[in-house]
Design a protein around this ligand. Structure first.
Ligand code: BGC
Length: 679
């Protein structure tokens, strides 16, 4: 077939050559091991056989959000998505997408099951690490960058999990009960951005229910919203085992059952024979699959066969470098009293390196979160090794303690010039954290180390917010998230000042378990044995709730310190028809080069019923000492709109809007006004 014809025409031509059973075969995955005659070992996590007589390639599917996963070897373990979002660097995220897509293709994979854009509604969510935080705009922009990069290869990206899949407790059955406005303003925008701005090829519908209906057979979500409102033209696949029925699934807008074989395949053929599912529906489902396959080059540019590449190392030096850069740029400096960091060690000084994630025992939990996104890395660099090497350059030595015995750890710390304590949480798919405490007695560990050595730096290897009862006792805290395989290199470079921590929080860190938007059992994990989660906080998710309720967080959304300092000035707001340009000058007022992330928030007129401020733009800027740059952020009508549930459309409230430019959601430095005439 011709490459000159459009994907739509090629799809139509192919469909006309296909029998009903050819089409049905496309709509359900099969067990890859059986299909390919491979007993075990690294393989695709999903497989839809090709049709050689029609030249249809097989779909070979693999996770995921932190690199090519599912037991594949020789792929790069990138930092967790929460760290990717914390970079606020969309050019870097785009490179990540390119590298992920390229590694996948080189491993014989043509569908990548990433990114995950579920909004961080509760900080205890077990998959918090796997998505981009609490803000719809930041999540959407990060997803767009990743998808755009992935799909520059002949690979389909899959935005997931559609929709409102924001907790792991009872994840197969919990119903997220929310109103239409909250759905549209908080939970759908990242999907909308993925469809409109990145033309994502696949959407994965979620485990769980929305307002009592299973996500993978919810016609309002799958048809009205996804197809009609958002204009999605690609394939809707189920999450693994989230198909609930044959007839309702097919008729509600699900195209592909994964891993397959239960409801679609033979039962779907029977349903067609019985007249319960129309052949035109089967045509539409097959079209949804074939269209992105043509559009993204899966027919023209097939990846190598698995047998040829299963043991190939596809992690290039550039990919490894990228993993390092993301880890560095995603690390957030939360506290730095008296410039405790970067360390200034001299010959004869010593560093106490303490705690399990520094490199004692099993490193698995700390470089990536648990579950389908976990990437095996052959060569993770431990903080202990990297700090030892870097300290040696300064003529300093390292003492270490695994932290299991706080007394031994305190002894090691007491002898050292400075102590660096690594602490962790263990987020994993399938279960939420019980609370926000560091597990395994680590708060006592930090306290005892800090008592033994007041010059203690805490490094958090966590997938999300934790409480820090010891915060006042330590001068320095870094949030390094799950940093991927360049873990040690990144943290050593930051501690010693060879690199700067330029991350900003993509998520609010609460001051207690209860000072959070979803603080009742009804909200999370839900009533009736977690069958129903009431999203009664509505659109007040994340910083929106803290602002609306005037609750002080431990660390606010958008926050992150720097090794230098920045000033903002000269705000200008200009209008060109419906679009608005906000610009201002950022100056590096310190003595070191550094990066900043000025953030533009919009405060709508009260009549719109919106929270006090919402992120609508940002840019990461790198500046030499004393240099300035004018940063320009474009705002469009959606930046000033709310969802009118009655009219089922976006609407702009007339009135005065405040434009806020800040270094975080709680550090607004410039304010301007803009009058909007309304619709
Ligand atoms: C996860 C998905 C993943 C799939 C395949 C499911 O359990 O929810 O995110 O892509 O497994 O591994």
């Amino acid at each position: 077939m011709s490459r000159v014809l459009s994907p739509a025409v090629r799809t139509t031509q192919l469909l006309s050559a296909m029998s009903l059973s050819d089409k049905l075969a496309l709509l359900s995955g099969v067990d890859p091991h059986a299909a390919l005659g491979v007993a075990d070992g690294p393989l695709y996590v999903g497989y839809v056989p090709g049709n050689p007589s029609l030249c249809i390639p097989a779909l070979t599917l693999n996770d995921g959000p932190a690199g090519v996963a599912d037991l594949q070897v020789g792929t790069t373990a990138f930092p967790a998505p929460i760290a990717q979002a914390a970079t606020w660097n969309m050019r870097l995220e785009h490179k990540f997408g390119q590298a992920l897509g390229m590694e996948a293709w080189n491993k014989g994979i043509n569908v990548v099951l990433a990114p995950d854009v579920n909004i961080a509604r509760v900080p205890e969510n077990g998959r918090n690490f796997e998505a981009f935080g609490e803000d719809p705009f930041l999540s959407g922009q990060t997803a767009v960058a990743a998808i755009d990069g992935i799909q520059q290869n002949a690979v389909i990206a899959t935005v997931k999990h559609y929709a409102v899949n924001s907790q792991e407790t009872n994840r197969y059955y919990v119903s997220s009960n929310l109103d239409d406005r909250t759905l549209h303003e908080i939970y759908l925008p990242p999907f909308a951005a993925a469809v409109a701005q990145a033309k994502v090829g696949a959407v994965m519908c979620a485990y769980g229910f929305v307002n009592g209906v299973a996500s993978c057979q919810e016609p309002n979500l799958l048809k009205t919203v996804l197809r009609t409102e958002l204009g999605f033209r690609g394939v809707v696949m189920s999450d693994w085992g989230s198909t609930w029925s044959t007839v309702d699934g097919a008729n509600s807008g699900l195209d592909l059952e994964m891993p397959g074989g239960r409801f679609f395949a033979a039962p779907l053929a029977d349903a067609v024979s019985a007249g319960m599912v129309k052949t035109s529906t089967i045509d539409a489902m097959a079209r949804s699959i074939l269209m992105p396959m043509f559009r993204l080059g899966l027919f023209d540019d097939p990846p190598p066969p698995l047998s040829a590449v299963s043991l190939t190392d596809v992690s290039t030096p550039a990919d490894k470098q990228l993993a390092l850069e993301i880890a560095e740029q995603g690390t957030v400096l939360l506290k730095n009293d008296s410039s405790a960091l970067p360390l200034r060690l001299r010959a004869g000084d010593s560093v106490a390196v303490i705690g399990a994630p520094a490199g004692f025992g099993d490193i698995r939990p700390y470089i990536g979160g648990g579950g389908s996104s976990f990437v095996i890395s052959a060569t993770p660099v431990t903080p202990l090794d990297a700090i030892t090497a870097r300290a040696a350059k300064a003529g300093a030595t390292v003492v270490s303690a695994n932290g299991i015995d706080p007394v031994a750890a305190a002894q090691a710390a007491g002898t050292a010039t400075v102590a660096v304590v690594f602490v962790y949480d263990q987020e994993r798919e399938g279960e939420d954290r019980p609370n926000l405490d560091l597990p395994a007695g680590q708060d006592q560990l930090v306290e005892q180390v800090a008592q033994a050595n007041p010059n203690t730096i805490v490094v958090l290897d966590t997938g999300g917010p934790v409480l820090m009862p010891w915060l006042d006792q330590v001068p320095g805290v870094l949030e390094a998230w799950y940093p991927g395989q360049r873990d040690g290199d990144a943290i050593a470079a930051i501690l010693f000042g060879d690199a700067e921590p330029s991350g900003r929080l993509p998520q609010t860190f609460p001051s207690s378990d209860t000072a959070v938007p979803a603080s009742t059992m009804d909200q999370w994990p839900g009533t009736r044995l977690a069958q129903d989660a009431a999203f009664s906080e509505g659109i007040d998710v994340g910083y929106r709730w803290y602002d609306a309720n005037k609750v002080a967080p431990l660390f606010p959304f958008g926050f992150g310190l720097s090794y230098t300092s920045f000033a903002y000035s000269h705000l200008r707001i200009a209008r060109a028809r419906a679009n608005v340009t906000v610009s201002f000058i950022v100056t590096n007022t310190g003595a070191r080069a550094g990066s900043d992330v000025p953030q533009v928030y919009v405060d709508d007129p009260r009549a719109a019923g919106e929270p006090p401020k919402q992120l609508q733009g940002f840019e990461k800027v790198f500046l030499r000492p004393r240099w300035s740059k004018r940063v320009t952020v474009a705002l469009t009508p959606p930046s000033f709109s709310y969802w009118d549930s009655t009219a089922r459309r976006w609407r702009m409230a007339p009135g005065l809007y405040r434009i806020l430019v800040g270094a975080s959601s709680r550090d607004i430095r410039l304010r301007g006004f803009l009058r909007q005439p309304g619709p």
